[in-house]
Write a protein that binds this ligand. Sequence first.
Ligand code: B12
Ligand code: SF4
Length: 441
Amino acid sequence: MKVHLIRPKTDELYAPVKQVYSSFPPPVGLSCIGSEIRDCAEVSIYDGNIIEPTLEADIIGLQDWVTTHKEALALAKRAKQQNPNCITVLGGINASHLAPRILMNHSFVDYVVSGHGEPAMAGLVEGRLLDEIPNLNYREGGLVKRTKQKLVKSPFFDLEQVVEWECDEETPFPISAIRGCIKSAREGICKYCSLFNERVNIISPEDFWTQIRILKDRYSLTYFFETGDEFNVGTYPQRLLDARPEDLRDIRLRIYAYPEILAQKGVIDTLARLQVRELYMGVETVNQGLLTNAGRQYNANAVEGILEQMNAVGIRAMMPFMFGLPGETNDTAQENFDFSQRLLERYPETIKMMQYSLVVPIIGSEYFVMASTAKKVREAYEQDGKSLSRDDDFDYQKLTELFIETFTEADIEFLKGLVIRGKKITKEKGYLTSTFIGVGE
Ligand code: B12
Ligand code: SF4
């Protein structure tokens, strides 16, 4: 049986959204799925950003993020037209939240996977009964049924199945030792986040280094991007350090971490000893009231303290700033903007990237629920046949503007101006910059 797993090229609407790194290593989620089914299927993994995927396969699996939704649907439709017998499956974070809508709206999509794709794809390849396949959404009698959720730990993968990939020296290569986010597991999901599973699963420290060794020995890779939402899961970094083999001391890492944990004593030192070179730190805003509302517990001093420490050990920071959180005013947004600019002046060696965005009420987040249940937003959005409860594709530009108009006291044009100005200055100063999903450009 032939299975093609495809990351579609980025939708035209989001094409201007830069992906920060200069090359395209393969998506680790598809690599994990491919690895899981390698004994019972002939798998090819395509990245539509670097190669046109071919659709001659028995199963076509498409990765659906907000930025690739239209292209994923277009490929599924084309695959069905070319061969009505092929099975089309959508998965990934966006599809996970939209499964019933996608299946009701698009007859050319056979199945949608919500959550981890390994057990679902294995079940489909083995031809198991649908209701026994975990994480699967399927049509039955005019309704959509969802099977039970199963979380997995990442299997080892190599790149044998990947048709073409790139990874230059600047780009860290993605691995997936940690699934999920410890912050959400302990304290709940941040209200703007579209995370699907609240639980956290990690592979053992020994398996972490085995995965790294596979990729280093076969492809000479030495710089890795751990994709888990928060790297500091308890003592995991220290355990990794304890288990690190002598010959892998040259391995460098890029990780995600949030300020509440980074501020704890000893955390940054451990990361430095583990050769973490780059860290994406979820800052978003430094206004206390807004932070508390969004479920966060750090402050401006803590962020500066963290940057001081990072500066001392040579770890570089990527930081997102967000405007339009509920309760935002022009003043709080300006305060946040000024803070971000001050950081550029104070920590020029430490900062690598500043991201400026408006808050997008993305599907799967609590803010989407707030937006779609507010009468004012619904009435203004649901024109020309658009529906917030049935559609699987949204005009996020419009929804973001309505969300900000409804839940903040800030002026949308003022906030957009901050995003544009922030990006311009950051770029002029020689740093990298980006926007979450391109709204406000
Ligand atoms: C790594 C990463 C990147 C890397 C990608 C590198 C690479 N080569 O893979 C880079 C830095 C380039 C990147 C860029 C962007 N990213 Co990004 N990224 C991630 C991140 C941190 C990890 C993804 C990952 O690999 N996870 C590990 C694997 C194992 O999990 P997974 O991908 O979810 O896959 C599993 C399941 O989802 C499912 N699955 C996935 N695909 C499929 C397909 C099929 C057929 C099936 C059955 C199942 C399935 O099975 C997989 C295995 O269990 C996620 C956050 C997160 N932790 O998931 C954000 C995330 C996916 N990114 C996001 C965004 C918005 C972006 C950017 C737009 C940001 C920006 N402005 O720069 C760009 C978009 C680039 C583009 N042009 O499309 C959002 C997507 C939001 C959404 N709801 O769609 C996320 C969720 C972050 C967030 N919290 O908001 N990103
Ligand atoms: S925004 Fe980050 S810290 Fe918050 S729940 Fe999502 S992944 Fe976790």
